[in-house]
Design a protein around this ligand. Structure first.
Ligand code: 9YT
Length: 134
């Protein structure tokens, strides 16, 4: 069993991507087949993403903003209680009107320091680490 408290998270589990800060509660090194993050997207920012190597599920637990689906050309309001899952590796943007607090799950798991590359993707690093840990 793993029990972890956001208020006493190790420094190397926090990654700042500029428009967001991600507190990575579960990572590949924990031996799980997914990672789980508590992420704040900063008010007034827009983040462009395309997770071509990962499936991400995102659950909004606070704040207001917009999810722009750049493949369908539609936007969805984000507020507490809204979930989206990028099961088709969709190009998308998240516009934070206020600070948005998001619980994010990645499969395969992240290893810890990932930030978006020029395409908005994270590199595929987790699978090997997860296999070593199991
Ligand atoms: C939706 C979102 O928060 N994206 C950017 C950060 C990412 N989810 C992460 O690494 O936690």
């Amino acid at each position: 069993m793993i029990v972890r408290d956001l208020t006493s998270l190790d420094d190397d589990r926090t990654t700042d991507g500029g428009t967001w800060v991600s507190r990575r509660l579960l990572l590949a090194r924990d031996g799980t087949r997914f990672s789980m993050h508590d992420t704040i997207l900063r008010a007034g920012t827009t983040t462009t993403m395309w997770y071509r190597h990962h499936v991400e599920a995102v659950y909004c637990v606070g704040g207001e903003g917009w999810l722009h689906d750049d493949e369908a050309g539609v936007r969805h309001a984000l507020h507490e209680g809204v979930l989206y899952c990028l099961d088709g590796h969709e190009h998308h943007r998240v516009e934070a009107v206020t600070d948005l607090r998001m619980i994010c799950v990645f499969d395969p798991p992240l290893v810890g320091g990932e930030v978006h590359d020029a395409d908005g993707a994270y590199p595929l690093l987790g699978r090997e680490v997860a296999e070593e840990a199991s």
